[in-house]
Write a protein that binds this ligand. Structure first.
Ligand code: FMN
Length: 214
C-alpha cells in the first residue's frame, strides 16, 4: 500500500450542532440538512448507504438514492428481486446513512421498510428517463450475468419489444419506504469532539433527543 493510511486525517471545524438548533422532528432536520447539501452543490447529495440483513443476521450495504422524504419516511426505488429486496422480504429492518463531506455531516436512520403503493411506484417510474425505464426491464438486478453482452442483448430485446410506445413499470421493480424509529445527526468538530444528536421515536410523532459521546 503506497499511502500511509494511518496519517490521513481531516480536522472538522465548519460548524457545530446545538440542541437548540435541531428541529424537534428529525424528518424536518433531515430535510434541512439535505437542502443545505443540495445548495452546497454536494455531489450526489441524495446518495445513502443502505444496510440490510438476512434472517441469519448477515449484513450487506450498498448505495441507493433517496427519491422521496416526508413525515412517513424515506423512499428509494430498486429491484424487488435483488439481494436487498429478498432480504427486506424476510427481514424488513434496515439502516441508512448519508455522508456529506463538504458539510462535515453524517446522518444515520434506522427503522422498518415496506413497499410503497403501486400507484406511487408507477408515478415515479413514469417520471424516469426512457433509457432508465428500459434499463429496469433489461436488468434482473443482482442475478449473475454470463458477460456484458448478455445485458446489452437484453436491452436491445426490450427496445424492440416496446418500440416507441409507453414503457410500463416492471412488476418486480418499485419503491420502498423506510419508516424511521431512530436518527442520528453528526456534525464534525475539532479534535474528534464531534456533536452527535440522537432522536428515538416515543410515539407516532414525538421524539426523544439525546446527546451522544463522540
Ligand atoms: C451513487 C449510486 C446510486 C445508486 N442508486 C441506486 C438506486 O437508487 N437503486 C438501486 O437499486 N441501486 C442503486 N445503486 C446501485 C446499488 O448500490 C447496488 O449495486 C444495487 O442496488 C444492487 O444491490 P443488491 O445486490 O445489494 O440488491 C446506486 C449505486 C451508486 C454508487
Amino acid at each position: 500500500m503506497a499511502a500511509n493510511l494511518a496519517s490521513l486525517r481531516i480536522d472538522y471545524a465548519l460548524s457545530g450542532l446545538d440542541e437548540s438548533d435541531a428541529d424537534p422532528s428529525p424528518l424536518v432536520q433531515l430535510e434541512t440538512w439535505l437542502s443545505q447539501a443540495i445548495e452546497a452543490k454536494h455531489p450526489e447529495p441524495t446518495a445513502m448507504t443502505l444496510a440490510t440483513a438476512t434472517l441469519e443476521g448477515e449484513p450487506t450495504a450498498r448505495v441507493v438514492l433517496l427519491k422521496g422524504l416526508d413525515v412517513r419516511g424515506l423512499v428509494f426505488f430498486t429491484g424487488y428481486a435483488s439481494d436487498k429486496g429478498r432480504q427486506l422480504a424476510v427481514n424488513p429492518r434496515a439502516s441508512a446513512s448519508f455522508f456529506w463531506v463538504l458539510l462535515e455531516r453524517q446522518v444515520r436512520v434506522t427503522g422498518v421498510v415496506a413497499k410503497v403503493s403501486r400507484e406511487e411506484t408507477e408515478a415515479y417510474f413514469r417520471s424516469r428517463p426512457r433509457a432508465s425505464q428500459l434499463g429496469a426491464w433489461a436488468s434482473n438486478q443482482s442475478a449473475v450475468l454470463r458477460d456484458r453482452e448478455e445485458l446489452e442483448a437484453r436491452l436491445e430485446e426490450m427496445r424492440i419489444r416496446f418500440g416507441d410506445g409507453d414503457i410500463p413499470c416492471p412488476p418486480e421493480w418499485g419503491g420502498y419506504r423506510l419508516s424511521p424509529d431512530r436518527f442520528e445527526f453528526w456534525q464534525g468538530r475539532p479534535s474528534r469532539l464531534h456533536d452527535r444528536l440522537r432522536y428515538s421515536r416515543r410515539e407516532a410523532s414525538s421524539w426523544t433527543m439525546d446527546r451522544l459521546s463522540p
